[in-house]
Design a protein around this ligand. Structure first.
Ligand code: ATP
Length: 353
């Protein structure tokens, strides 16, 4: 098993390296001058809205697309012009792409057969791969006799059995319902840790990327807006786009920012860091308290979201987790006067718009 590598110095020379990579489709510049290093054994996610270029980057690494300019190396080998089957990578797609007429065992053995692995060896390797996704008891079934989640696991086993240096995953959980999706997120993470294979995962789901990844590249319009650990991109977003794309935010600048935070530059505070109380809170060395009026309340199960407006007319969103509420708890309603309070150190400057 390969060891995990997380410190930034170890990312300097990537196991997968993209250099000045560009891909145009006619007038569309899908990938714009991209430089990226993914470390060996890393769970790396490319996160971004639809059309931001993440699938194109994955397809360039897989060899399904040819770069307009730039280079791609995998484990030190330049694969920019190599055919997909000459690259030591495998791809798992959202639609599984299993052969319907073959059993699960045969599906998983298929790639090994093409590589001329002997019958006993491929039978054993496939059994181990199916075991690693915990579906040994279903090995003789056909794909249509499996649930969506089970099919996704088999698609994964089929890729893992080839022992790729890099596994590329394109929204592999996109077709699953929420509960199964969350189960599979833990499962994928476990399999990645166990196998030590470098995973490059494409998703537009921020929770999914945060939950599983060692590092995340946030894509926007063919470029990486920010690259960092889940904590880095959430806590210290570099741009307004990243702040808005990962979770909810209170982005303010100019007079509005000055009124609440004493600075005019673009700043952000996360809604869960803004607390509301009935009255009585006041400023201290590390906290700021501002009188406000509740404008909107949305109950969202595990939490409640409030929109409040300060006396100066600045709107803020506050998020409260619905836990351990006192027995005499009375919720706020629109029109109530409250005090919005936050720790000054939780107001983060956004360096770029
Ligand atoms: P999604 O999450 O919707 O898959 P994405 O971030 O993966 O989006 P890409 O699929 O990489 O984005 O697409 C990036 C841009 O390139 C888009 O504007 C898309 O329309 C365009 N594009 C992708 N593939 C092609 C193609 N084969 N021909 C023309 N344009 C393409």
């Amino acid at each position: 098993m390969l060891s995990k590598k997380n410190s930034s110095s170890e990312h300097e020379s990537g196991f997968v390296s993209l250099r000045d990579l560009n891909k145009s489709f006619g007038d569309i510049h899908a990938v714009a001058n991209l430089n990226l290093d993914v470390a060996q054994g890393e769970f790396f996610s490319m996160l971004g809205p639809s059309g931001s270029g993440k699938t194109t980057v994955l397809r360039l690494i897989a060899g399904f697309e040819t770069a307009t300019t730039g280079s791609i190396t995998i484990d030190g080998e330049d694969v920019t012009d190599s055919a997909p089957f000459d690259r030591t990578v495998n791809t798992v797609f959202q639609d599984y792409a299993l052969f319907p007429h073959m059993s699960i065992q045969e599906n998983v053995e298929y790639g090994l057969r093409a590589k001329k692995v002997s019958k006993p060896d491929r039978s054993q390797l496939a059994s181990e791969a199916i075991e690693s996704v915990k579906l040994s008891h279903l090995a003789e079934r056909k794909p249509h006799q499996l649930s969506g989640g089970q099919r996704q696991r088999i698609a994964l086993a089929r890729a893992l059995v080839m022992r790729p240096k890099v596994l590329l995953l394109d929204e592999p959980l996109g077709a699953l319902d929420k509960q199964l999706r969350e189960e599979m997120q833990s499962e994928l993470k476990r399999i990645q840790r166990q196998s030590g294979i470098t995973f490059i995962f494409v998703t537009h789901d921020q929770d999914e990327a945060m939950r599983m990844s060692d590092r995340i590249a946030v894509f926007n319009m063919g470029k990486i807006e920010q690259l960092g650990t889940p904590q880095q991109v959430y806590e210290t977003p570099d741009t307004a786009f990243v702040a808005g794309f990962l979770g909810s935010s209170n982005l303010l600048e100019g007079e509005k920012a000055y009124a609440l935070f004493g600075v005019s530059e673009l700043v952000n505070i996360r809604p869960e860091r803004v607390t509301l109380s009935g009255a009585g809170s006041s400023d201290d060395k590390s906290h700021r308290s501002v009188p406000a009026v509740v404008k909107d309340v949305s109950y969202i199960g595990s939490s409640t979201m409030y929109v409040v407006e300060s006396e100066g007319g600045v709107r803020l969103t506050s998020l409260r987790l619905n836990q351990e509420l006192p027995a005499d708890f009375v919720d706020f309603a629109p029109g109530d006067k409250v005090v919005a309070r936050w720790q000054k150190s939780h107001v983060a400057a956004i360096p770029n718009k």
